[in-house]
Design a protein around this ligand. Structure first.
Ligand SMILES: [Zn+2]
Length: 127
């Protein structure tokens, strides 16, 4: 197994869990409060851990972007790095959106203070 495969394992497990959720919710129509066995996403080779979560708990965990872990299992450093990166991406997106808002507001404010009527202001004095 290459390092690349090892790094992708938690992601694959996450995808399997998404399918488990889909199956439970859409095909079998389990109640959101009923608990399901999800695969542990720690990514340790040979891990067969199962975490029992309700669909609602699973959704909440997905929102935090934390890996789903069986009791006693820990996220790998690579997963933590990925999670940090994902959170930074979210932060950056939020900041960009904020900056766009402020730009819009600034443009509106400038437009009010100096209406663009084509005049370039007073001529510079000649000596
Ligand atoms: Zn595990």
């Amino acid at each position: 197994m290459t390092d690349r495969h090892k790094a992708d394992l938690p992601e694959l497990l996450g995808e399997v869990n998404l399918h488990v959720r889909e199956l439970a919710q859409e095909q079998l129509r389990w109640d959101p409060s009923d608990r399901w066995g999800f695969l542990c996403e720690c990514g340790r080779p040979g891990c067969r851990g199962i975490a029992y979560l309700s669909l609602a708990e699973y959704e909440a965990l997905r929102d935090t972007r934390r890996p789903l872990l069986a009791p006693g299992h820990r996220a790998s450093p690579a997963q933590k790095a990925r999670q940090d990166a994902a959170m930074l991406r979210d932060d950056a997106q939020a900041l960009r959106a904020q900056a766009r808002q402020q730009q819009k507001r600034a443009r509106r404010t400038l437009g009010r203070q100096a209406p663009d009527d084509g005049s370039a202001g007073p001529e510079p004095e000649k000596r």
